[in-house]
Design a protein. Structure first.
Length: 288
């Protein structure tokens, strides 16, 4: 298996001190919508929330220096992996709930839902990790909710992982969710749902950068961020009495890589409101 020849090497690494343990607690302060993906990075708790606050439409990198789940310091030339991830909910509200652990790479803040003009991005930085862009996805995260009535559509002009510029995403319809942190492209009860990520052009395997976003017709007062993430692990909380524990080396067919400087956080698909619900967990990493 990548990083370790066998489980014994993993145990030896832990016994030798090449591991980090971290506990977390996130408690959303907004009323989340059932069947709409939600960005936990914006929720209070430990780690502290972040709000995609930077100059409008300016590409801004995210690294561990900005927060996120603590996975330990840089270990290069060694390689770091998720050894164990545990999560539980303090309430049955919102369960069952799929959760996706992501490496948040870069974001473009304050995209405006109130204009039909093309909104060009400024790309003065590049992806801090996953430089080719393969596997990197786009999230549209609400940061100043609109009324949820107009449901504007939008397209994203981006450069794909092959380096081809001018690629145009599928036309996405925003959902009716009105909470900060709602992912605007997702609604499992609607006919336009595609999940938490913007649909890419046919054949594309990922995104290196975003050049612009356009709302072609309907407008609505509100703001959102376009966030580039690399999903690295998916699991689910099924019930309040049963914490979910994942050991990728044992259960996912191999260890999950965590790069130096990664900003790790979670997105979730609740079955109801998570307002005031504590989501607790533990993350252990190991390197070799």
């Amino acid at each position: 298996m990548a990083g370790f020849a066998n489980l014994g090497e993993c145990v030896d690494a832990i016994d030798s001190g090449r591991s980090t343990y971290y506990s977390f607690r996130k408690t959303p302060a907004v009323v989340t919508t059932a069947s709409v993906w939600f960005d936990m990075s914006m929720s209070p708790g430990n780690p502290a929330p972040q709000y995609y606050a930077a100059a409008p439409l300016l590409a801004t990198q995210l690294t561990q220096a900005d927060g996120g789940l603590n996975h330990g310091g840089n270990v290069s030339p060694l390689s770091k992996f998720v050894h164990r991830f545990l999560a539980l909910s303090a309430s049955a509200t919102g369960l069952p709930m799929p959760i996706m652990l992501c490496d948040y790479l870069m974001y473009y803040p304050f995209c405006d839902t109130g204009t039909n003009d093309e909104q060009p991005m400024t790309n003065s930085v590049t992806l801090p990790r996953y430089a080719s862009g393969e596997g990197v996805q786009i999230m549209a995260v609400s940061v100043a909710p609109n009324s949820g009535l107009a449901q504007p559509t939008f397209t994203v002009n981006y450069t794909n992982s092959a380096g081809d510029a001018g690629r145009i995403s599928r036309t996405m319809t925003m959902n009716t969710a009105t909470a900060n942190g709602s992912i605007l492209t997702s609604d499992t009860t609607g006919v336009t749902s595609v999940g938490p990520f913007v649909g890419l052009a046919d054949g594309d395997k990922g995104v290196r950068s975003i050049q612009s976003v356009t709302l072609p017709s309907v407008t609505e007062v509100g703001l959102f961020a376009l966030v580039l993430v690399r999903p690295i692990m998916t699991f689910a909380l099924l019930e309040q009495t049963a914490p979910t524990e994942v050991e990728p080396i044992r259960t996912l067919g191999g260890p999950v890589r965590v790069y130096d400087g990664a900003y790790l956080n979670m997105i979730a698909l609740p079955a109801g409101s998570l307002s005031g619900v504590g989501i607790f967990g533990e993350l252990t990493t190991v390197w070799n």
